[in-house]
Design a binder for this molecule. Structure first.
Ligand SMILES: [Zn+2]
Length: 155
């Protein structure tokens, strides 16, 4: 007998085309839609299931948007500039990220004032390293927190 999780995956219908998908496939063989329930919970582990070749064919925002957020967060945690995330995403998928995917990609949809200050510090350092103007840093800031989010007064 299969473990519960595998049995559920075996009999789950595709969320997009509703075709019954056999086995724990991560994508629907009929329409190609991703089956997030068949993927590891952490995006960092998706490469154990999705190959580099697969990524170049993926057109599903349900996969691309979280992958982009993963690269953004990873770049931030490593103190690498936000451009590093765009490049990593391009290398993996062969495409540029959609503008809509930047919002909340590093801090989620409930950022704190401390998150915003930390991101400001991070962007100022990245701008300095890349010889970018302050307007670039503010633009990056508003891509993450929204176009109406005020740039914090530097301490
Ligand atoms: Zn389908």
């Amino acid at each position: 007998m299969l473990p519960d999780r595998d049995r559920e995956l075996t009999f789950a219908p595709c969320r997009a085309c509703h075709v019954w998908v056999p086995g724990p496939a991560w994508r629907c063989p009929e329409c190609g839609a991703a089956r997030l329930e068949a993927l590891p919970a952490a995006v960092a582990d998706w490469s154990s299931v999705i190959t580099d070749q697969d990524w170049l064919t993926i057109d599903d925002e349900a996969l691309l948007k979280p992958l982009f957020a993963h690269f953004r967060r990873q770049a931030y945690d490593r103190g690498l500039g936000p451009i590093v995330a765009d490049r990593a995403f391009f290398r993996q998928t062969g495409r540029v990220p959609d503008r809509r995917w930047y919002l909340g990609s590093t801090f989620g949809d409930r950022p704190t004032a401390a998150d915003q200050r930390a991101y400001q510090t991070y962007l100022l350092a990245a701008a300095h390293r890349a010889a970018k103007p302050l307007t670039w840093a503010i633009e990056q800031f508003q891509q993450e927190f929204g176009p109406h989010c005020p740039w914090p007064k530097p301490p």
